[in-house]
Each structure stands twice: as C-alpha cells, then as structure tokens.
Design a binder for this molecule. Sequence first.
Ligand code: XFA
Length: 419
Amino acid sequence: MADNFKVADLGLAEEGRLRIEWAESRMPVLMALREKAKKELPLRGMRVAGCLHVTKETAVLIRTIRAAGAEVSWSGCNPLSTNDSTAAALAAEGTSIYAWHGLSTEEFYWCIDRTLDFKPTLTLDDGADLIFTVHAKRPDLWADVIGGTEETTTGVKRLRAMADDGKLQYPVIAVNDSATKWDFDNVHGTGQSSLDGILRATSVLIAGKVFVVAGFGHCGRGVAMRARGLGGRVIVTEIDPVAALRATLEGFDVMTMEQAAKVGDIFITATGMRDILIGKHFASMKDGAVICNTGHYDCEISIPELEALATSWREIRPNNEEFRLKDGRRIYLLARGRLVNLAAAEGHPSEVMDMSFANQFSALCLLAKEGRNMGKQVYVLPPEQDQMVAGLKLQTMGIAIDKLTDAQIAYSNDYSAGT
Ligand code: XFA
C-alpha cells in the first residue's frame, strides 16, 4: 500500500466505513454542499492540510473536501479523540492521514510535519497547532498557503493575538465565530451530550431530582433546558446578574451554590472557572449526591478537597466513583471531574457537527476563491453564510419559513414614516 499514511490498523477500515456512513446519514447540510461541490469543484487544485479530531463527523468533512476537487492530508488534533477505525477507512480510500489513538506528544508533531511535507495551499485547524507549526518551523511554505480556518474559541483567541502583533502570514477565517457554529454547538451539543454522559454513568431517573447547574452561559443554559425537559427541578447558580436574571425569567430557581449544595441531587458545573464545587459544599451535600463537570477544565470541582474529606473511595461503575465521608454520607463523582460529555458520552452529536463543518467547508471555498485578495488578518464569515447553513438545515428538515414581501422590505427601509 501507499506510504502516504500512518494509522493503527488498516484492518479496521470496514468498521470505519460503517461509522462514517451513519454520520453521513445525520449530516444533511454537509451532504448537500458535497453534491453541489461535485459539479462545481470549488476546491479544484487545492491542497488542504487539516489538524482536527479524527471522528466519523470529520471523515464526512474530509470526504466533502475531496469531492470538491482538493487533495487532503490530515492529522488528529488531540491524542485521545482519534477513532482508529475512522482513520483506517480514510487511509483505505486514499486520504493521506497520520493519526492513531493515544499517540505521544513527539508523534503528534511528527504527524503534523508529515501533513506539511505535502505543501498545503489551505490549512484547517482546531486549536491552531498546524498554523503555529507553519509559522514557527516552515517559512518555506508561507508563500504557497492562501489561507486557513480555525474551529475553536481558544485557537481564534491565539490567532487574533498573533494578527495584532503583525505576525500572521496569511488570512484566517474564525469558523468558531459563526452563529450556526458556536450557538448550536454549545447549547444543543453540550446540552444533550452532558445529560447523555450523566445517564450512561449513573442510569438514574432525572424526573423529580433537584438538578443544579453552575453557570448559565450557552453550555449551562443548554444543560438546564435538557434537565428540565427530563423532569428535573432545575436550580441555576451564577455570578453575573444579567445571566442570573435571564435564568430567573426563564423560570429556573436561582440561588448561591452554598444554598444549592444542601438541596441538590445532581450537580453539574459549566462555568469555565475553577473551584465551583469545593470542601464546604461537599460538607453540606445530601447522601448520594452526584457531581460532574462539563465546563472547560477539570478544575471546576476540587477533587483534592473531596479526597481530603473522604474516609473511603471505590469505583462503583465506569466513570462513577463513590467517596464516603466521615459521617457515612456518599458523594458520587463522574468522569473524575473531566468533561462528562466527552468522557462518559460521545461528545457533540453528528447533527451539530454538521453545521460547524458546513461552515468549515464554506470557509475553505471562500479562501480558495478570495484568499489571495484578503489581508493577513482574522476574518469571520458573513451573516449570509449563517443564513445559508440554517436555511439548508431547515430545508433538510422539511421546514419552510416566510419571506418578506417587497412592500414589507420597503416598509422596513422607510425612515420617513416617523414613530
Ligand atoms: C474529543 C471533540 C474534544 C469526540 C470523539 C470521540 C468521542 C467523544 C475531544 C472530541 C473534542 Cl476536545 O470528539 C468526542 Cl467518544 N469533538 C468536539 C466535541 N466536543 N467538544 C463536545 O464533541 C467541543 C469543545 C470541547 C469538547 C469545545 C471546547 C472545549 C472542549 C470533535 C467531534 N465530536 C463529535 C464526536 N461524535 C462522536 O468530532
């Protein structure tokens, strides 16, 4: 076989193909863009290097990029997110892919280097590792790269800092900042997958339980909505008065964590801040309380303080650890305080990735067409792009919406009518 890939086991390709086909059946927007691209070949002649989680959903994106006429070289952006059967299926169908589950830091950079040897004209990132490598180690590639895209908030933040310092060598589109990406990702992706993780790790009934959500940002709001939908009695804790008022007017009980700690059955942190659940909270929780995190880091729950209070510990089920306190009360910690939706479930559903990746694909097409005329800055996709993605999603769901009439458009543009 060709030497343009390195994966764990090519024998897993058939299993991988089935996974990818299942995802394709859940990702109608990307599939519609693929059908159109097969005819128009918007990426003809492009060489796309990607560094993004090798999942079945990413495979649907890769197949779409290739169908649009580009050659592709890929590596994973996280050592633990690579699905080996997906990687095998991609290698077997001719994608130059360097990814396997559990690779070391050294191997991670080796894989990135291989995708850059392919001399890309476009780069696609999740966390900006590929762009950073191009900038730090491969000045020889700068002239050929037309542009890049970035999937995450963290990556976009770093790239904006680079652009501000005048260090960015080519235009980058912040796919993260499209409404049809982060809004649906955070609210609906995190909302459902977090409940999914809690259910897989505990199999408890949510109905009737007091369900405490720390943080009412997009993620917390998604979790609170889904917990309520399953019949939970949902409490929200916040530090921001506006978010707290929003939660209150949406009908949630708002109180301090100190108050909530005494009454909660299930706690989930979604704040992006440290020390949300700490010793004094554990000390007042009810027997049997379940605690978990779906925020950005694994420091939202203070595990050292929980361990300090516990007299014994055991793993009672996968992703579910029982801590017994001195007075006999038990607290159940899910997924060691890491993201419960990744560790105990399967992350965002394919339907959510469909929208993110439709934006990724459109951003690549825009760069292929216009990138040479764009400055060395961080750009966001225009609002029409969000409307196109949302419109396609609705269409594939069989949902029609109204259009403004000419008279209505004239009315909305008419400022002579006064108040
Ligand atoms: C793994 C993703 C990360 C998987 C893959 C396999 C499984 C679960 C790690 C990831 C991200 Cl850091 O994919 C998840 Cl069994 N995703 C994105 C994702 N989430 N992210 C929830 O699913 C968004 C995010 C996160 C975690 C933003 C900021 C910080 C952390 C890639 C992906 N997911 C779909 C997987 N469906 C099987 O393709």
